[in-house]
Design a protein around this ligand. Structure first.
Ligand code: ASP
Ligand code: MG
Length: 420
Protein backbone atom coordinates (compact mmCIF):
# COMPACT_ATOMS: atom_id res chain seq x y z
CA UNK A 1 0.00 0.00 0.00
CA UNK A 2 1.30 3.42 -1.00
CA UNK A 3 -0.13 6.83 -0.21
CA UNK A 4 0.15 9.66 -2.75
CA UNK A 5 -0.60 13.32 -2.24
CA UNK A 6 -1.17 15.73 -5.09
CA UNK A 7 -1.32 19.44 -4.27
CA UNK A 8 -3.40 22.19 -5.84
CA UNK A 9 -0.78 22.96 -8.49
CA UNK A 10 -0.91 19.42 -9.84
CA UNK A 11 -4.61 19.71 -10.71
CA UNK A 12 -4.90 23.36 -11.75
CA UNK A 13 -5.45 22.83 -15.48
CA UNK A 14 -6.81 20.29 -17.94
CA UNK A 15 -3.29 19.30 -19.01
CA UNK A 16 -2.14 18.76 -15.46
CA UNK A 17 -5.18 16.69 -14.55
CA UNK A 18 -4.63 14.55 -17.63
CA UNK A 19 -1.01 14.18 -16.61
CA UNK A 20 -2.03 12.31 -13.44
CA UNK A 21 -3.39 9.44 -15.52
CA UNK A 22 -0.03 8.05 -16.68
CA UNK A 23 1.51 8.58 -13.24
CA UNK A 24 -1.18 6.50 -11.54
CA UNK A 25 -1.18 3.98 -14.37
CA UNK A 26 2.50 3.32 -13.79
CA UNK A 27 1.67 2.16 -10.26
CA UNK A 28 -1.09 -0.18 -11.27
CA UNK A 29 0.48 -3.10 -9.47
CA UNK A 30 0.14 -1.23 -6.16
CA UNK A 31 -2.74 -0.42 -3.88
CA UNK A 32 -2.93 3.36 -3.72
CA UNK A 33 -4.62 5.88 -1.50
CA UNK A 34 -4.53 9.20 -3.34
CA UNK A 35 -5.07 12.40 -1.38
CA UNK A 36 -5.81 15.48 -3.46
CA UNK A 37 -6.02 19.20 -2.64
CA UNK A 38 -8.37 21.78 -4.06
CA UNK A 39 -7.50 22.96 -7.57
CA UNK A 40 -5.11 25.88 -7.91
CA UNK A 41 -6.30 28.85 -5.89
CA UNK A 42 -9.78 27.48 -5.11
CA UNK A 43 -9.24 27.53 -1.35
CA UNK A 44 -8.39 31.25 -1.47
CA UNK A 45 -11.48 31.91 -3.56
CA UNK A 46 -13.68 29.99 -1.12
CA UNK A 47 -12.18 31.93 1.78
CA UNK A 48 -13.49 35.08 0.11
CA UNK A 49 -16.96 33.55 -0.18
CA UNK A 50 -16.98 32.69 3.53
CA UNK A 51 -15.73 36.16 4.50
CA UNK A 52 -18.32 37.98 2.36
CA UNK A 53 -21.11 35.83 3.75
CA UNK A 54 -20.03 36.46 7.32
CA UNK A 55 -19.75 40.20 6.74
CA UNK A 56 -23.36 40.17 5.56
CA UNK A 57 -22.63 40.59 1.84
CA UNK A 58 -24.82 37.75 0.70
CA UNK A 59 -24.97 38.91 -2.92
CA UNK A 60 -21.19 39.10 -3.20
CA UNK A 61 -20.80 35.73 -1.53
CA UNK A 62 -23.25 34.10 -3.93
CA UNK A 63 -21.69 35.71 -6.96
CA UNK A 64 -18.15 34.69 -5.94
CA UNK A 65 -19.46 31.22 -5.34
CA UNK A 66 -21.12 31.20 -8.73
CA UNK A 67 -17.72 31.81 -10.36
CA UNK A 68 -16.16 28.88 -8.53
CA UNK A 69 -19.07 26.71 -9.56
CA UNK A 70 -18.82 27.69 -13.23
CA UNK A 71 -15.08 27.10 -13.31
CA UNK A 72 -15.43 23.60 -11.94
CA UNK A 73 -18.34 22.72 -14.18
CA UNK A 74 -16.59 23.86 -17.32
CA UNK A 75 -13.46 21.99 -16.35
CA UNK A 76 -15.51 18.84 -15.80
CA UNK A 77 -17.17 19.36 -19.16
CA UNK A 78 -13.84 19.70 -20.91
CA UNK A 79 -12.49 16.55 -19.28
CA UNK A 80 -15.47 14.23 -19.50
CA UNK A 81 -17.75 12.90 -22.18
CA UNK A 82 -19.78 9.83 -21.13
CA UNK A 83 -19.23 10.49 -17.48
CA UNK A 84 -20.15 14.16 -17.39
CA UNK A 85 -23.79 13.77 -16.35
CA UNK A 86 -22.93 11.60 -13.35
CA UNK A 87 -20.17 13.95 -12.31
CA UNK A 88 -22.41 16.99 -12.63
CA UNK A 89 -25.00 15.31 -10.44
CA UNK A 90 -22.46 14.68 -7.71
CA UNK A 91 -21.05 18.21 -7.98
CA UNK A 92 -24.57 19.64 -7.75
CA UNK A 93 -24.98 18.06 -4.31
CA UNK A 94 -21.86 19.81 -3.07
CA UNK A 95 -22.91 23.14 -4.56
CA UNK A 96 -26.34 22.88 -2.95
CA UNK A 97 -24.83 22.22 0.48
CA UNK A 98 -23.05 25.59 0.34
CA UNK A 99 -25.76 27.56 -1.44
CA UNK A 100 -28.27 26.62 1.25
CA UNK A 101 -25.94 27.93 3.86
CA UNK A 102 -25.22 31.16 1.96
CA UNK A 103 -28.92 31.96 1.81
CA UNK A 104 -29.12 31.93 5.61
CA UNK A 105 -27.82 34.53 8.02
CA UNK A 106 -24.78 33.79 10.15
CA UNK A 107 -25.63 32.91 13.74
CA UNK A 108 -22.53 30.94 14.67
CA UNK A 109 -18.90 32.02 14.71
CA UNK A 110 -16.82 32.72 11.64
CA UNK A 111 -14.56 29.69 11.84
CA UNK A 112 -17.56 27.37 11.68
CA UNK A 113 -18.83 28.94 8.46
CA UNK A 114 -15.33 29.09 7.05
CA UNK A 115 -15.02 25.32 7.32
CA UNK A 116 -18.47 24.58 5.90
CA UNK A 117 -17.63 26.63 2.80
CA UNK A 118 -13.90 26.09 2.36
CA UNK A 119 -14.08 22.28 2.61
CA UNK A 120 -15.77 22.30 -0.78
CA UNK A 121 -12.57 22.83 -2.78
CA UNK A 122 -11.24 19.35 -2.09
CA UNK A 123 -14.64 17.71 -2.60
CA UNK A 124 -14.97 19.28 -6.04
CA UNK A 125 -11.44 18.54 -7.23
CA UNK A 126 -11.51 14.90 -6.15
CA UNK A 127 -14.97 14.37 -7.61
CA UNK A 128 -13.90 15.62 -11.03
CA UNK A 129 -10.64 13.75 -10.90
CA UNK A 130 -12.22 10.49 -9.89
CA UNK A 131 -14.76 10.66 -12.73
CA UNK A 132 -12.06 11.61 -15.19
CA UNK A 133 -9.79 8.72 -14.21
CA UNK A 134 -12.64 6.23 -14.29
CA UNK A 135 -13.55 7.39 -17.75
CA UNK A 136 -9.91 7.05 -18.79
CA UNK A 137 -9.97 3.42 -17.62
CA UNK A 138 -8.04 4.01 -14.40
CA UNK A 139 -10.63 2.53 -12.10
CA UNK A 140 -10.83 4.13 -8.70
CA UNK A 141 -13.16 4.60 -5.80
CA UNK A 142 -14.02 8.10 -4.58
CA UNK A 143 -14.34 8.42 -0.82
CA UNK A 144 -15.69 11.32 1.22
CA UNK A 145 -12.92 11.75 3.76
CA UNK A 146 -15.42 13.33 6.15
CA UNK A 147 -16.65 9.78 6.78
CA UNK A 148 -13.15 8.78 7.87
CA UNK A 149 -11.33 11.68 9.52
CA UNK A 150 -12.99 12.58 12.83
CA UNK A 151 -11.95 15.85 14.41
CA UNK A 152 -12.85 18.02 17.35
CA UNK A 153 -14.82 21.18 16.68
CA UNK A 154 -11.90 23.56 16.78
CA UNK A 155 -12.97 24.80 13.37
CA UNK A 156 -10.30 26.03 10.96
CA UNK A 157 -7.56 24.29 12.91
CA UNK A 158 -9.28 21.11 13.92
CA UNK A 159 -7.46 18.32 15.75
CA UNK A 160 -7.79 14.78 14.48
CA UNK A 161 -9.28 12.21 16.85
CA UNK A 162 -6.84 9.43 16.17
CA UNK A 163 -8.62 6.48 17.66
CA UNK A 164 -11.94 7.08 15.91
CA UNK A 165 -10.35 8.07 12.62
CA UNK A 166 -8.00 5.15 12.49
CA UNK A 167 -10.83 2.67 13.17
CA UNK A 168 -12.92 4.17 10.40
CA UNK A 169 -10.06 4.22 7.91
CA UNK A 170 -9.09 0.63 8.64
CA UNK A 171 -12.58 -0.74 8.53
CA UNK A 172 -13.45 0.89 5.21
CA UNK A 173 -10.14 -0.14 3.78
CA UNK A 174 -10.59 -3.75 4.79
CA UNK A 175 -13.98 -3.89 3.14
CA UNK A 176 -13.12 -2.05 0.00
CA UNK A 177 -9.61 -2.14 -1.24
CA UNK A 178 -8.91 -4.59 -3.99
CA UNK A 179 -12.61 -5.28 -4.51
CA UNK A 180 -13.76 -2.71 -7.00
CA UNK A 181 -10.37 -1.17 -7.66
CA UNK A 182 -6.90 -0.70 -6.24
CA UNK A 183 -7.10 3.08 -6.11
CA UNK A 184 -8.86 5.24 -3.60
CA UNK A 185 -9.28 8.91 -4.31
CA UNK A 186 -9.99 11.14 -1.35
CA UNK A 187 -9.54 14.66 0.04
CA UNK A 188 -6.80 16.19 2.13
CA UNK A 189 -7.27 19.05 4.59
CA UNK A 190 -10.86 18.32 5.63
CA UNK A 191 -12.66 16.15 8.15
CA UNK A 192 -15.85 16.13 10.18
CA UNK A 193 -16.87 16.45 13.81
CA UNK A 194 -18.97 13.97 15.78
CA UNK A 195 -21.98 16.06 14.77
CA UNK A 196 -21.10 15.56 11.10
CA UNK A 197 -20.16 19.15 10.59
CA UNK A 198 -17.28 19.73 8.19
CA UNK A 199 -13.98 20.86 9.64
CA UNK A 200 -10.58 21.82 8.21
CA UNK A 201 -7.10 21.09 9.53
CA UNK A 202 -5.38 24.42 8.78
CA UNK A 203 -4.12 25.79 5.48
CA UNK A 204 -1.85 23.49 3.53
CA UNK A 205 -3.10 20.62 5.65
CA UNK A 206 -3.35 18.02 2.88
CA UNK A 207 0.19 16.80 3.45
CA UNK A 208 -0.83 16.07 7.02
CA UNK A 209 -3.93 14.10 5.97
CA UNK A 210 -1.74 12.02 3.69
CA UNK A 211 0.64 11.30 6.56
CA UNK A 212 -2.27 10.25 8.79
CA UNK A 213 -3.46 7.75 6.16
CA UNK A 214 0.07 6.45 5.70
CA UNK A 215 0.43 5.94 9.44
CA UNK A 216 -2.93 4.26 9.99
CA UNK A 217 -2.53 1.96 7.01
CA UNK A 218 1.15 1.18 7.67
CA UNK A 219 1.89 2.31 4.15
CA UNK A 220 5.18 1.34 2.59
CA UNK A 221 5.74 5.01 1.67
CA UNK A 222 4.12 8.40 1.25
CA UNK A 223 4.84 10.28 -1.97
CA UNK A 224 4.15 14.00 -2.15
CA UNK A 225 4.01 15.04 -5.82
CA UNK A 226 5.16 18.60 -6.43
CA UNK A 227 6.04 20.89 -9.32
CA UNK A 228 9.72 20.95 -8.37
CA UNK A 229 12.35 18.36 -9.20
CA UNK A 230 13.03 17.60 -5.54
CA UNK A 231 13.52 19.31 -2.20
CA UNK A 232 16.18 21.95 -2.73
CA UNK A 233 18.70 23.46 -0.33
CA UNK A 234 17.32 26.97 -0.98
CA UNK A 235 14.51 28.65 -2.86
CA UNK A 236 15.67 28.48 -6.51
CA UNK A 237 13.71 31.64 -7.35
CA UNK A 238 15.94 33.61 -4.98
CA UNK A 239 19.18 31.62 -4.95
CA UNK A 240 20.18 30.72 -8.47
CA UNK A 241 22.79 28.27 -7.25
CA UNK A 242 20.24 26.14 -5.34
CA UNK A 243 20.77 22.39 -5.64
CA UNK A 244 18.49 19.41 -5.16
CA UNK A 245 18.92 17.23 -2.07
CA UNK A 246 18.52 13.53 -2.88
CA UNK A 247 18.28 12.27 0.71
CA UNK A 248 17.13 13.96 3.91
CA UNK A 249 15.94 12.84 7.30
CA UNK A 250 12.87 13.81 9.29
CA UNK A 251 14.79 15.91 11.79
CA UNK A 252 16.33 18.02 9.08
CA UNK A 253 12.95 18.57 7.44
CA UNK A 254 11.45 19.68 10.75
CA UNK A 255 14.34 22.10 11.21
CA UNK A 256 13.93 23.47 7.70
CA UNK A 257 10.20 24.01 8.23
CA UNK A 258 10.86 25.71 11.57
CA UNK A 259 13.19 28.25 9.99
CA UNK A 260 10.64 28.99 7.31
CA UNK A 261 11.42 26.75 4.33
CA UNK A 262 8.19 25.93 2.60
CA UNK A 263 8.95 22.30 1.98
CA UNK A 264 6.34 20.18 3.67
CA UNK A 265 3.69 20.99 6.24
CA UNK A 266 5.47 20.49 9.60
CA UNK A 267 2.67 18.34 11.06
CA UNK A 268 3.33 15.77 8.31
CA UNK A 269 6.51 14.42 9.78
CA UNK A 270 5.47 12.95 13.12
CA UNK A 271 2.94 10.36 11.87
CA UNK A 272 5.55 9.13 9.40
CA UNK A 273 8.46 9.19 11.77
CA UNK A 274 6.51 7.25 14.42
CA UNK A 275 6.26 4.31 12.07
CA UNK A 276 9.45 4.82 10.07
CA UNK A 277 7.52 5.36 6.84
CA UNK A 278 9.68 6.95 4.13
CA UNK A 279 8.51 10.18 2.58
CA UNK A 280 9.26 10.70 -1.10
CA UNK A 281 9.04 14.07 -2.79
CA UNK A 282 8.61 13.60 -6.54
CA UNK A 283 7.95 15.85 -9.50
CA UNK A 284 4.59 15.41 -11.21
CA UNK A 285 5.90 17.20 -14.29
CA UNK A 286 8.55 14.55 -14.82
CA UNK A 287 8.05 11.42 -12.77
CA UNK A 288 11.31 9.94 -14.05
CA UNK A 289 13.28 12.37 -11.85
CA UNK A 290 14.58 10.81 -8.66
CA UNK A 291 13.18 13.43 -6.28
CA UNK A 292 14.03 13.40 -2.58
CA UNK A 293 13.81 10.55 -0.14
CA UNK A 294 13.24 11.40 3.52
CA UNK A 295 13.76 8.79 6.23
CA UNK A 296 14.85 8.24 9.82
CA UNK A 297 18.53 7.57 9.35
CA UNK A 298 21.49 9.76 10.05
CA UNK A 299 22.75 11.70 7.05
CA UNK A 300 26.20 13.10 6.63
CA UNK A 301 27.44 15.72 4.20
CA UNK A 302 24.27 17.68 3.68
CA UNK A 303 24.75 20.80 1.59
CA UNK A 304 24.27 24.10 3.42
CA UNK A 305 20.53 24.73 3.70
CA UNK A 306 19.54 28.34 3.20
CA UNK A 307 16.26 29.88 4.27
CA UNK A 308 15.43 33.52 3.73
CA UNK A 309 12.61 35.17 5.64
CA UNK A 310 12.03 38.68 4.32
CA UNK A 311 9.80 41.28 5.92
CA UNK A 312 11.15 41.07 9.45
CA UNK A 313 10.74 43.56 12.27
CA UNK A 314 13.27 43.86 15.04
CA UNK A 315 11.67 44.86 18.33
CA UNK A 316 14.20 46.03 20.91
CA UNK A 317 12.93 46.39 24.46
CA UNK A 318 15.03 48.05 27.11
CA UNK A 319 14.19 48.16 30.80
CA UNK A 320 13.08 51.65 31.79
CA UNK A 321 14.87 51.72 35.17
CA UNK A 322 18.22 50.31 34.08
CA UNK A 323 17.50 47.02 35.86
CA UNK A 324 18.66 43.67 34.48
CA UNK A 325 16.23 41.77 32.26
CA UNK A 326 14.74 39.21 34.66
CA UNK A 327 12.41 36.22 34.65
CA UNK A 328 9.34 38.36 35.24
CA UNK A 329 10.10 40.40 32.10
CA UNK A 330 10.43 37.24 30.05
CA UNK A 331 7.27 35.79 31.54
CA UNK A 332 5.21 38.85 30.78
CA UNK A 333 6.59 39.11 27.30
CA UNK A 334 5.96 35.49 26.41
CA UNK A 335 2.41 35.78 27.76
CA UNK A 336 1.87 38.81 25.58
CA UNK A 337 3.27 37.14 22.48
CA UNK A 338 1.16 34.07 23.08
CA UNK A 339 -1.99 36.12 23.40
CA UNK A 340 -1.19 37.88 20.13
CA UNK A 341 -0.23 34.59 18.40
CA UNK A 342 3.18 36.01 17.59
CA UNK A 343 6.10 33.65 17.14
CA UNK A 344 9.64 35.01 17.46
CA UNK A 345 11.98 34.02 14.65
CA UNK A 346 15.07 35.04 16.59
CA UNK A 347 15.47 36.25 20.14
CA UNK A 348 18.38 37.48 22.21
CA UNK A 349 18.60 38.83 25.74
CA UNK A 350 21.21 41.26 27.01
CA UNK A 351 21.75 42.94 30.39
CA UNK A 352 19.02 45.51 30.08
CA UNK A 353 17.50 44.72 26.73
CA UNK A 354 15.68 42.06 24.77
CA UNK A 355 15.71 41.79 21.00
CA UNK A 356 13.14 39.88 19.01
CA UNK A 357 12.80 39.42 15.27
CA UNK A 358 9.25 38.77 14.11
CA UNK A 359 7.30 38.59 10.85
CA UNK A 360 5.94 42.06 10.17
CA UNK A 361 2.27 41.57 10.94
CA UNK A 362 1.54 45.26 11.23
CA UNK A 363 -1.41 45.29 13.61
CA UNK A 364 -0.02 42.69 15.95
CA UNK A 365 3.36 44.37 16.08
CA UNK A 366 1.89 47.73 17.02
CA UNK A 367 -0.26 46.05 19.66
CA UNK A 368 2.87 44.33 21.02
CA UNK A 369 4.74 47.63 21.09
CA UNK A 370 1.83 49.36 22.78
CA UNK A 371 1.46 46.83 25.60
CA UNK A 372 5.21 46.25 26.04
CA UNK A 373 5.80 49.98 26.40
CA UNK A 374 4.17 49.67 29.84
CA UNK A 375 7.24 47.67 30.91
CA UNK A 376 10.04 48.66 28.52
CA UNK A 377 11.31 51.37 26.23
CA UNK A 378 10.38 49.92 22.87
CA UNK A 379 12.16 50.49 19.57
CA UNK A 380 11.07 49.11 16.25
CA UNK A 381 13.13 48.59 13.13
CA UNK A 382 11.38 47.43 9.97
CA UNK A 383 12.36 46.19 6.51
CA UNK A 384 14.84 43.54 7.66
CA UNK A 385 15.53 40.03 6.38
CA UNK A 386 16.49 36.94 8.31
CA UNK A 387 18.84 34.51 6.64
CA UNK A 388 19.29 31.10 8.21
CA UNK A 389 22.07 28.77 7.15
CA UNK A 390 22.12 25.20 8.42
CA UNK A 391 25.41 23.31 8.15
CA UNK A 392 27.28 26.52 7.49
CA UNK A 393 30.96 26.60 6.59
CA UNK A 394 33.35 29.53 6.28
CA UNK A 395 32.84 29.44 2.53
CA UNK A 396 29.06 29.65 2.79
CA UNK A 397 29.27 32.50 5.25
CA UNK A 398 31.56 34.36 2.90
CA UNK A 399 29.36 33.57 -0.07
CA UNK A 400 26.01 34.58 1.39
CA UNK A 401 26.86 37.21 3.95
CA UNK A 402 29.95 39.07 2.77
CA UNK A 403 28.08 42.13 1.49
CA UNK A 404 25.52 42.26 4.31
CA UNK A 405 25.58 44.13 7.60
CA UNK A 406 24.14 42.24 10.58
CA UNK A 407 21.70 43.85 12.97
CA UNK A 408 21.68 40.71 15.05
CA UNK A 409 23.22 37.28 14.62
CA UNK A 410 23.27 33.94 16.38
CA UNK A 411 25.22 30.76 15.83
CA UNK A 412 24.93 27.25 17.15
CA UNK A 413 27.08 24.36 15.97
CA UNK A 414 24.69 23.62 13.10
CA UNK A 415 22.79 26.81 12.47
CA UNK A 416 23.65 30.41 11.78
CA UNK A 417 20.99 33.09 11.79
CA UNK A 418 21.70 36.51 10.43
CA UNK A 419 19.31 39.43 10.60
CA UNK A 420 20.21 42.26 8.24
N1 ASP B 1 -6.46 23.39 -0.20
C1 ASP B 1 -5.90 23.66 1.09
C2 ASP B 1 -5.05 24.92 1.03
O1 ASP B 1 -4.89 25.48 -0.04
C3 ASP B 1 -5.14 22.52 1.66
C4 ASP B 1 -3.88 22.13 0.92
O2 ASP B 1 -3.70 22.50 -0.23
O3 ASP B 1 -3.05 21.45 1.51
O4 ASP B 1 -4.58 25.35 2.04
MG1 MG C 1 -1.97 23.38 -1.44
Amino acid sequence: MKVFKFGGASVNSIERIKNLGPILESFKADQLVVIISAMGKTTNALEKVAASFFEGNKITALSLFHDIKTNHLSLAQALLTKGYAACELQLADFFTEVEWLLHDNPVRDYNYYYDQVVCLGELLSTCILSHFLNEAGILNKWVDVRDLIRTDNNFRDANIEWQASSEKIKSLMNQEIGKSSNIWITQGFIGATDDNESSTLGREGSDYTAAVFANVLDAESLTIWKDVAAVMNADPKIFLDAVTIPVLNYTEVIEMAYYGAQVIHPKTIKPLQNKGIPLLVKCFLDSSLAGTQIHNKLIKNLPPIIVLKPNQVLVTMTTTDFSFVGDHHLRELSGLMESLHLKPNLMQTGAISLMISLDDQVEKISRLAEVASGIFDVQIEKGLSLLTIRHYTNDTIEHYLADKKAVLQQRSRETLQFLY
